[in-house]
Design a protein around this ligand. Structure first.
Ligand SMILES: [Zn+2]
Length: 329
């Protein structure tokens, strides 16, 4: 048996029809983990949906009302980029419940993975980029409300910037076009790391992403690493170390929330970085080794993955569990 829990439900499936988001990937990851012997049935916990009061710790009551009553405007549905349905709402409430459960298990066992979630583009009052509800933010706010943690750090390695995360936890909210007060470290031909001059409140946000990609407006995270196109394994891992080391030198979290997007992969349809499957696994290992060394619990959520061959996406996500098993066994 694994020394930690995996959180999963068959109902994580998103009923969005023919779509670039492979909605069936969650079940494939679950099946792969079982069939390859990485995990056994008893390693999995089935989550229950988040309660509305937990969703409302992050999202506005107006937005939640619209979701529950099917009254999003056509523009709002378009911005979410997935077709609205009541079943979809249920799937997102369940993903948020899954991240809450994974956070709770991580605090007990040192690590836990939600085989889903990571919907980091959701804002308090609207959804976008395939994300309706910000499950990770909901989990952090619930852990804080239960007084299980005070401070959290998000490490977002999806190829797209964690705009929802940055916005939700910003010490000072910004609007598009506003220049944020930040210190920048630029390495020509490799990218730029910006560190916010405004200290975080209770959540420190780190995002490593491709600069030349969605979202167009990137609200400032505590640390943003804006990578140039075609960034490769070694450069990526070096930036990751720079960003995480800088973050942990100025902020001591009680919980790390790691958003392990699979779309920094070189064969991704919505990404423009050049990471290999091995490089992505080394990324996971780095996060886990660092967290373990510093004795900081880590919860994982999965986020994007749009590889031309969906089996590659499944492999990358399954490897995150294998990396955790290697580091924590
Ligand atoms: Zn993404």
């Amino acid at each position: 048996m694994l020394p930690f829990k995996l959180v999963y439900s068959d109902r994580y499936y998103l009923p969005i029809g023919e779509h670039v988001f492979p909605a069936e990937k969650f079940r494939h990851i679950h099946d792969r983990l079982l069939m390859s012997g990485v995990a056994e049935a008893a390693d999995f916990l089935e989550p229950t949906p988040a309660e509305d009061r937990d969703i409302l710790r992050v999202h506005t009551s107006e937005y939640v009302y619209k979701l529950q009553n099917g009254t999003l405007s056509a523009r709002e549905e378009l911005q979410m980029e997935i077709p609205y349905s009541y079943e979809l709402v249920d799937a997102f409430w369940l993903a948020a419940g899954g991240s809450m459960l994974a956070a709770d298990c991580a605090l007990r066992d040192g690590i836990s993975l939600n085989i889903g979630g990571g919907f980091h583009h959701a804002f308090p009052d609207h959804g976008e980029g395939f994300c309706m509800i910000h499950d990770v933010a909901v989990a952090i706010r619930r852990m804080q409300a239960d007084k299980k943690i005070q401070r959290a750090m998000t490490i977002d390695c999806d190829v797209h910037q964690g705009n929802g995360t940055a916005f939700v936890f910003a010490p000072k909210r910004t609007v598009p076009g506003e220049t944020a007060s930040r210190t920048a470290v630029t390495i020509p031909s490799l990218g730029t790391m910006t560190i916010s001059d405004i200290p975080p409140k209770d959540v420190f946000t780190i995002s490593l992403h491709q600069e030349n990609n969605y979202p167009h407006w990137k609200p400032p995270s505590s640390i943003d690493v804006n990578l140039l196109d075609h960034c490769k394994d070694e450069d990526y891992l070096s930036w990751l170390d720079k960003a995480v080391s800088a973050g942990l030198s100025q902020f001591q979290p009680d919980l790390i929330c790691y958003i392990a997007g699979a779309d920094a992969y070189r064969e991704d349809q919505l990404g423009g970085l050049d990471l290999t499957i091995q490089g992505l696994k080394r990324r996971d290992e780095y996060v886990f080794q660092t967290a373990r060394e510093k004795k900081i619990p880590v919860m994982v959520a999965y986020a994007g993955g749009y590889a031309r061959n969906v089996e590659d996406t499944v492999t990358i996500h399954a490897n995150t569990v294998i990396a955790a098993k290697e580091v924590y066994s």
